[in-house]
Design a protein around this ligand. Structure first.
Ligand SMILES: [Zn+2]
Length: 332
């Protein structure tokens, strides 16, 4: 992304952007001509400029104005204007045949998932984890075509079906473990679901050592934060983190709210327990850096192939955020 700055030098922006070498100081006319020739380049001016605003409407040239104090803020503008963000997908279970799945149908078949991975390869997506994202730097997240695959609950089929396919296609995923249970007690109780085992310690460790999976927290018992007492919620977050960290001998960086349910104070609890990111389901703006503790995800279970292709487009999360503004659904 090239940034054409019209007007005075922005010292702060320049300092932070030193190694990227992307800022060009131009006159108003030059900025318009250049961005017209190279679609998608951003023109920035400190003061609002009517001509540039008009160009944005007419030529669809991304135009920003106002105080910019850091690159990250700049990238958020970029993300919003271009309607572009790293897609974050949400899976649960993987089955050989549809009849093996539960009645809630939170699964994809092995065949479907393999096709998903092949589609991601075809579109040249690179799968990353939240750990990777932290290392890459949020301000650098638009430099490659990244995508994050997340998987909730830690079912045994993750080891049996997901893991071999990740290895085969050299891809990565983030799995959120329910640390206080070894089967799906919560869906059996709420929906009379079939029993499914969760992964055991050996399986979890093998996945971790393979380098294909990052693990995250998902509470002790798959608690819904909507009707939980504060103390109970805190305990479920902190104790879960401790147990999984001991199990892996590794610090966890990312958390997933069970059912996507959270209250405002839940976010603070997760933040205070030391996580760097938290993913939700139907909340969040669709721009990762606007709220690192409310990262919106797209559910992939029960998705047709056509919908899958639509859902992996980098604009989908923001589209969804706008269309279904913080709509609450009972995703598990
Ligand atoms: Zn879950």
């Amino acid at each position: 992304m090239k940034i054409y700055v019209v007007g005075e030098r922005n010292i702060e922006l320049e300092k932070l952007n030193k190694q990227r070498n992307e800022i060009f100081y131009v006159t108003l006319l030059e900025g318009i001509l250049r961005s017209f020739c190279g679609k998608g380049r951003i023109i920035y001016s400190k003061e609002k400029n009517g001509i540039l605003e008009f160009c944005q409407k007419l030529l669809k040239t991304p135009y920003l104005f106002g105080e910019i104090s850091n690159i990250l803020e700049f990238e958020n503008h970029y993300s919003r204007i271009k309607k572009y963000e790293i897609p974050v997908l949400m899976y649960h279970q993987f089955v050989e045949n549809k009849k093996d799945g539960g009645k809630i149908k939170l699964f994809v078949t092995k065949k479907q998932f393999e096709l998903h991975l092949r589609i991601l390869k075809f579109f040249r997506y690179e799968t990353i984890t939240f750990e990777d994202l932290d290392r890459i730097g949020l301000q650098n997240r638009f430099y490659k075509k990244y995508i994050i695959l997340t998987v909730d609950d830690g079912y045994k089929d993750n080891y049996e079906i997901l893991y071999p396919l990740l290895k085969k296609y050299k891809m990565k995923a983030v799995i959120f473990l329910v640390s206080g249970l070894n089967y799906n007690k919560w869906t059996i109780e709420s929906s009379n679901e079939k029993r499914f085992d969760l992964m055991n310690d050996n399986e979890v460790l093998e996945l971790l050592e393979s380098g294909t999976v990052e693990f995250g927290g998902h509470t002790l018992t798959h608690l819904s934060f909507l009707d939980a007492e504060e103390e109970k919620a805190k305990y479920e977050i902190e104790e879960d983190k401790k147990i999984t960290e001991n199990r892996l001998n590794k610090i966890l960086k990312v958390f997933a709210y069970p059912y996507g349910h959270r209250k405002e104070e839940t976010k603070d609890m997760v933040k205070e327990s030391g996580y760097l990111f938290a993913v939700s389901t139907d909340t969040g703006s669709g721009i990762i850096t606007e709220d690192l503790f409310d990262i919106r995800r797209t559910a992939i279970d029960k998705t047709s192939l056509f919908d899958f292709i639509r859902k992996i487009s980098p604009g989908y999360l923001q589209y969804k955020a706008k269309k279904y503004k913080n709509k609450k659904r009972n995703n598990i």
